[in-house]
Design a protein around this ligand. Structure first.
Ligand code: SF4
Length: 520
């Protein structure tokens, strides 16, 4: 009996930007008595069905965008006599769908790190259960990934998770509802050990694949102090102290390393935190700007962000502290008007952003927006090819509409083409070159242009804001450019690299050395 873990994708580029972390975490959760699992990442190469034999276990993790491809693989694996197990956020939300359409024998809900062993054992003894509740694990239960199973030469960036969950409650985001609002921070040692392992292999770019790297804001601390909630204040301070401890350890890693993460805009008001990020070599962060107007922020329950000139000033603070921002904007909000697109493009330019992404508002399962939308359309839901649009991920890609919500003043096509226009402007050669001014050497400036172009091809021209002809052209482009880019990101392996010590351990060791010197 072999165990296969499959990351489904409709397109395979041969080279991928970021390692799909779940694949290597669940590989680590696979007991050695079943041997090393066969790992298939379809963003690299499509699955070869002949590798699956009767009696094997096939684990497939899906999110909403790759659910349909996941179901194709599930049915195929089941037809070959394998035990089929689905996991991931989409299966957690729709377990019955995975059973009905994906041939699932079992579905794992929640975190799979611990329960996976039981699932495989049950498959092995022919007693697989329909549902396994993985729950929300405590941070010490998160698995270290099996990076030794990764094809090093095929990924540009590695990914390590330091915290799950986010205390916010944005209406378009499912993280706080699925991963919870209580931040679950992995122990610092575990995170640092994984990062060192990756640098030994030659990865110097690492994405800290967190829901929100800045889970406690200064405002949270102030409020807790005012409410005289001692236990609450203590908990928040402990979470914050752990963040600083992690960053102090990252600061001791080789200087060529670069980390990227995801934080809220409130971090701009916390210079100490931003300085610690810079020292830790966290040189880039995705910041969810979403909208440049107060009405837009209200639309997405993100009133903790700011708008107008204050927004520009806040975003600029990141750069001043050495953190480059990938600003994320949403188009198609009810308060958006045709002039919003230009205003957003201008704000992105003025705010000194290094990269930006412009996404069309799409209600995702598990979000407040989705629940409201589903309830509003009720029984009158539009169907495409017999599938209601509230289950759009089941509509074949070629027929899938680009926009689902009727907008008060703009058509779906208008929003799509205006969104594409903003991508075109932001990533024009002239704009990219202008943005590269902060880079000192010509070769690094050229590398920045290349990376900007590939980012745009991968995310703008393959996303929902594009048309299918452009998507096909773009896939070709990426296939050609990605290997060049990968070489730019890699570094010579450092097999001898040691795990940096905790500051206390380091101080103790140093004082012991001093004492020894004295004795000598
Ligand atoms: S969008 Fe970001 S800040 Fe908002 S809930 Fe999701 S992870 Fe948290």
């Amino acid at each position: 009996m072999r165990v296969h873990l499959i990351n489904p994708s409709d397109v395979s580029f041969g080279t991928a930007v970021i390692t799909p972390r779940w694949l290597y975490v669940i590989a680590a959760a696979t007991p050695q008595r079943y041997g090393n699992p066969e790992l298939v990442d379809e963003t690299l190469d499509p699955l070869d069905p002949d590798t699956i034999q009767a009696g094997d276990v096939v684990g497939i993790s899906i999110h909403t965008q790759n659910a349909l491809r996941g179901y194709e693989i599930g049915k195929l694996a089941r037809s070959r006599g394998a035990h089929v197990v689905f996991g991931g956020i989409h299966s957690t939300l729709y377990p019955q769908e995975a059973r009905d359409l994906g041939g699932a024998h079992a579905v794992v809900k929640g975190d799979g790190d611990v329960v996976w062993e039981t699932v495989i054992d049950d498959c092995a003894r022919g007693a697989v259960q329909p549902i396994y509740e993985g729950g929300r694990l405590g941070p010490t239960e998160f698995r270290q990934a099996r990076w030794d199973l990764m094809p090093r030469e095929r990924y540009m960036w590695a990914s390590v998770q330091t915290v799950r969950g986010c205390p916010k409650h944005c209406s378009f985001c499912s993280v706080w509802r699925t991963d919870g609002q209580k931040p679950r921070q992995r122990p610092v040692d575990a995170v640092v050990e994984e990062i060192v392992e990756l640098r030994r292999m030659g990865f110097r770019f690492i994405a800290l694949a967190d829901d929100n790297f800045y889970p406690v804001t200064l405002t949270d601390l102030e409020l807790a102090a005012k409410q005289q909630g001692q236990p609450r204040l203590g908990q928040l301070q402990a979470i914050r102290a752990e963040r600083f401890e992690l960053m102090a350890r990252l600061a001791q890693l080789p200087p060529d390393m670069i980390f990227f993460t995801q934080i809220t805009m409130e971090a701009a008001e916390d210079p100490k935190f931003l300085d610690a990020m810079r020292e830790a070599k966290i040189k880039g962060a995705l910041v969810g700007v979403e909208a440049v107007t107060p009405d837009g922020l209200k639309d997405v329950y993100k009133e903790f962000n700011v708008a107008g000139d204050e927004l520009i000033e806040r975003l600029k603070k990141f750069r001043k502290h050495g953190v480059n921002v990938l600003g994320s904007f949403i188009f198609g909000l009810p308060s958006d008007r045709p002039e919003t697109f230009e205003a957003t493009a201008l704000a992105a330019e003025e705010a000194d952003l290094t990269f930006a992404q412009f996404i069309m508002l799409t209600p995702f399962p598990g979000t407040v927006d989705f629940a409201r939308w589903e309830e509003a359309v009720g029984a009158n839901v539009v169907q495409i090819g017999g599938v209601p649009v509230t289950r759009r991920w089941l509509i074949p890609l070629a027929l899938r509409p680009k926009m689902f919500w009727p907008h008060p003043v703009m058509s779906a096509e208008e929003i799509r083409s205006r969104t594409q226009g903003v991508w075109d402007h932001f990533y024009s050669l002239q704009q990219i070159w202008r943005r590269s001014r902060f880079i000192k050497t010509l070769s690094n400036r050229l590398a920045f242009v290349l990376i900007s172009k590939i980012y745009r091809q991968m995310y703008a021209d393959t996303g929902i804001a594009t048309d299918s002809a452009r998507m096909a052209r773009s896939n070709q482009w990426v296939r050609w450019l990605a290997p060049v880019c990968r070489r730019l990101f890699s570094a010579p392996p450092m097999p001898e690299l040691r795990v940096p010590q905790a500051p206390l351990a380091l101080a103790l060791q140093q004082s012991e050395l001093v004492a020894q010197d004295g004795a000598d």
